[in-house]
Write a protein of this length. Structure first.
Ligand code: ADP
Ligand code: MG
Length: 154
């Protein structure tokens, strides 16, 4: 299933992120898609804030992975941009482990991977419009993650 939200301001995105944080109580694996500046990292920051992560959340572009353990759920934030195709093949099994426990894992630049990620996950696609508003589209293809994105609509 697929649900979409138009966020006119960063505050709208914040409300959506707080709902999402509430809906993923048992953890989830999330791939984020969208151009540079669309609002992928902004969403992760706001979800971390909602989970009461105390550390400052920064973009993992240079370090590939940032992790935060001070909030209600452990948050893992990958940016695969520097790995590209070959690199992603080498870590796909490692990524699978991040999809299995009670934690929240975000991955930016998963589009380098030629294949579908072979485990349950939610896809969030972020696009921006001329008026600076953002469209956040959530897509899921299994019952467990469908439930999460259904909760966002309430
Ligand atoms: N409605 C909105 N939702 C998300 N980000 C927004 C919004 N309006 C403005 N922004 C700004 O757009 C920028 C998005 O940057 P970022 O999240 O780092 O992009 P990405 O990670 O997709 O490359 C941030 O500076 C954020 O404050
Ligand atoms: Mg980013």
């Amino acid at each position: 299933m697929k649900v979409q939200f138009c966020c006119k301001t960063l505050d709208d995105t914040k409300k959506l992120a707080y709902k999402f944080a509430n809906a993923v109580r048992n953890g989830c694996f999330v791939n984020l898609y969208g151009e540079i500046g669309a609002g992928k990292t902004a969403f992760v920051k706001l979800v971390a804030e909602a989970l009461e992560v105390k550390e400052r959340v920064t973009s993992p572009s240079f370090v590939i992975l940032n992790e935060y353990h001070s909030g209600k759920l452990p948050v893992y934030h990958f940016d695969l941009y520097r790995l590209e195709n070959e690199g992603i093949k080498t870590i796909i099994d490692e990524l699978r482990e991040y999809s299995e426990g009670k934690q929240l894992t975000f991955v930016e630049w998963a589009e380098f991977s030629q294949n579908e990620f072979p485990f349950n996950h939610i896809k969030i696609n972020v696009t921006y419009n001329d008026d600076d508003s953002r469209l956040y589209s959530f897509e899921s293809d299994n019952a467990a993650t469908d439930k999460i994105i259904k909760d966002l609509e309430e």
